[in-house]
Design a protein around this ligand. Structure first.
Ligand code: KE4
Length: 425
């Protein structure tokens, strides 16, 4: 047995499914996960000393590649003075000032420990601020695993959803409406069916949890307008896209001002982090100022803040976004050329350092069209790449990520590998 196989056997005995997050278990692509003992740049080193070019980038945080010296040095420096104080610390203030400067729609910000906490708190805050209960989300968008957001479209499609996980009470689902993404008519109908009852709308402005899906031209502008018209809080979940698509996230690219924004991943430099920010008049409803409770033992943890600050400062210095988009286009063009040569229909939506591949003749614009992709063929493609040393997301419904560490030899080798993988299908 390989070291990874031995570790997985041990893990399965005492960790549900042998993993601490379900997607890592390879259930949707088959096979058993490999274990990683080290990571640097664009490379993962497995427990069996295999080097893999990494396109998961720990699900987004590693925009500078793994183990970047500026980030590891910042953590080491902070570590000299302790790991957690349970009191305010200078790093929190510096992080808040950076976030507010990078994302102008954020007038005030609260740190937490995960994207789930950030979105859960944003939903509670929208409800507390508006004194309304209903939330609109979109099919295919994932906002972490809080009860109000683990909801799928329900029978009463315009008025309530159904639980999307065991353990979520049906009464919780009553307060969440799930609509198709990129569908302005559905939005208009949902607001008309729930006059004065929609507290907020939460959206991944670019969807990264159903593969990669971009908004139709004008869709986000419509979202902004309809929320303003109905007094609903517009929440941009930029946990994945924040600081990745642009210094100011998707809202900078699309020139939209949401009321609240949730953040995570990159702002922790690889350590546990989340953040919720936005209009001061809304944020001031959070305890201890206002009536909406939100808290966390390790919120603003000095090590996570130091890591995130280093990562954000590096983004400001490098301004790598055009380079990352060029890398993304290089991969996209290689994949499309290989699929065309092989005679396999494929869509490769890409923007900046995010892309995905759908094996489908149909352009993908929402959850329904994403499902038309051949997930089985994706699983075969995934393993053909992995066998050749390239690690893509172990699910057809995730996004691939690039980092500045992919530039040069890594991206060229990866494109050759993915081309060979497609030709082998
Ligand atoms: P976390 O609780 O996993 O830190 O963040 C939840 C979350 C919220 N919002 C968006 C847009 C997200 O993408 C996520 C988490 N992303 C997944 C990747 N699909 C994390 C990977 C995992 O669950 O293991």
């Amino acid at each position: 047995m390989s070291t990874s196989e031995q570790l997985f056997e041990r893990a399965k005995k005492i960790i549900p499914g042998g993993v601490n997050s379900p997607v890592r278990a390879f259930r949707s692509v088959g096979g058993a996960p490999f274990f990683v003992k080290a990571a640097y740049g664009a490379t993962l080193l497995t427990a069996d000393d295999r080097e893999l070019i990494d396109f998961v980038c720990t699900w987004g945080p590693a925009i500078h590649g793994h183990n970047h010296p500026r980030i590891t040095t910042a953590i080491a420096t902070a570590l000299e003075h302790g790991t957690s104080f349970g009191t305010p610390n200078p790093y929190e203030v510096e992080m808040a000032e950076l976030i507010v400067r990078f994302v102008p729609s954020i007038q005030k910000v609260r740190m937490c420990n995960s994207g789930t906490e950030a979105t859960m708190s944003a939903v509670r805050l929208a409800r507390g601020f508006t004194r309304r209960d209903k939330i609109i989300k979109f099919a295919g968008c994932y906002h972490g695993h809080s009860d109000s957001l683990l909801i799928k479209a329900g029978s009463g499609a315009l008025t309530h959803g159904n639980p999307d996980s065991a353990g979520v009470p049906a009464v919780f689902a009553q307060e969440t409406v799930v609509l198709p993404y990129n569908d302005t008519a559905a939005l208009e109908e949902a607001f008309d069916a729930n006059p004065g009852r929609i507290a907020g709308v939460i959206v991944e402005p670019y969807c990264g949890n159903v593969g990669f899906i971009m908004p139709d031209t004008g869709y986000l502008q419509y979202l902004r307008a309809v929320c303003t018209a109905h007094g609903a809080v517009l929440i941009f979940d930029e946990v994945m896209t924040g600081f990745r698509q642009a210094k100011g996230g998707v809202q900078e690219l699309e020139k939209i001002t949401p009321d609240l924004t949730t953040l995570g991943k990159i702002i922790g430099g690889g350590l546990p982090v989340g953040a919720l920010g936005g209009r001061a008049d809304i944020m001031d409803h959070l305890a201890p100022l206002g009536p909406v409770y939100q808290a966390g033992t390790l919120s603003g943890n000095p090590l996570a803040m130091a890591a995130g600050i280093a990562g954000l400062r590096l983004l400001e210095e490098l301004d790598p976004y055009d380079r990352l988009d060029a890398l993304g286009r290089q991969v996209r063009d290689a994949l499309l050329a290989a699929a065309r040569k092989k005679g396999i229909p494929a869509q490769v939506p890409q923007r900046g350092s995010m892309f995905s591949i759908f094996f489908s003749p149909t352009p993908v614009r929402d959850y329904a069209t994403a499902l038309k992709g051949d997930a089985q063929l994706y699983a075969r493609f995934f393993h053909a790449c992995l066998d050749r040393g390239v690690y893509l997301a172990p699910s057809a419904y995730e996004t691939a990520f690039l980092s500045t560490a992919h530039e040069g030899e890594a991206i060229d080798r990866a494109c050759e590998t993915m081309t060979a993988a497609i030709m082998s299908l």
